[in-house]
Design a binder for this molecule. Structure first.
Ligand code: SF4
Length: 102
């Protein structure tokens, strides 16, 4: 039997899980796993890019990517690294969809 299909955003039902206390690797991984099963993963990753670029988002997990603290996100290279990861997630979802449609 396969796992039930997720139809809602896990971060809406359990928002605190997506803001794990710094250094809690297991909590970060748990949030990332929830994102990976989220049907909105690709769009979420794309939507998060401008928010990270404009420093409107920090200190949480979005689209399976850990966005560091506001302090760490002040560094442009940190924001660029996170943006790169988000774009990779969005591209991977697109690729997966294309494979499934073929
Ligand atoms: S992929 Fe985005 S919308 Fe889905 S659970 Fe993660 S943060 Fe929420």
């Amino acid at each position: 039997m396969s796992a039930p299909r997720v139809t809602s955003r896990p971060c809406k039902t359990d928002p605190e899980a997506f803001f794990p206390v710094a250094g809690r690797a297991a909590a970060v991984r748990a949030a990332q796993d929830m994102c990976r099963s989220c049907p909105f993963l690709g769009q979420c990753a794309s939507d998060a890019v401008p928010m990270v670029r404009d420093r409107l988002m920090a200190g949480g997990v979005v689209a399976a990517v850990l966005v560091p603290s506001e302090t760490a996100c002040r560094k442009q290279e940190t924001r660029e690294r996170v943006i790169e990861q988000l774009l990779e997630v969005a591209a991977a979802v697109e690729k997966q969809r294309a494979r499934e449609a073929a």
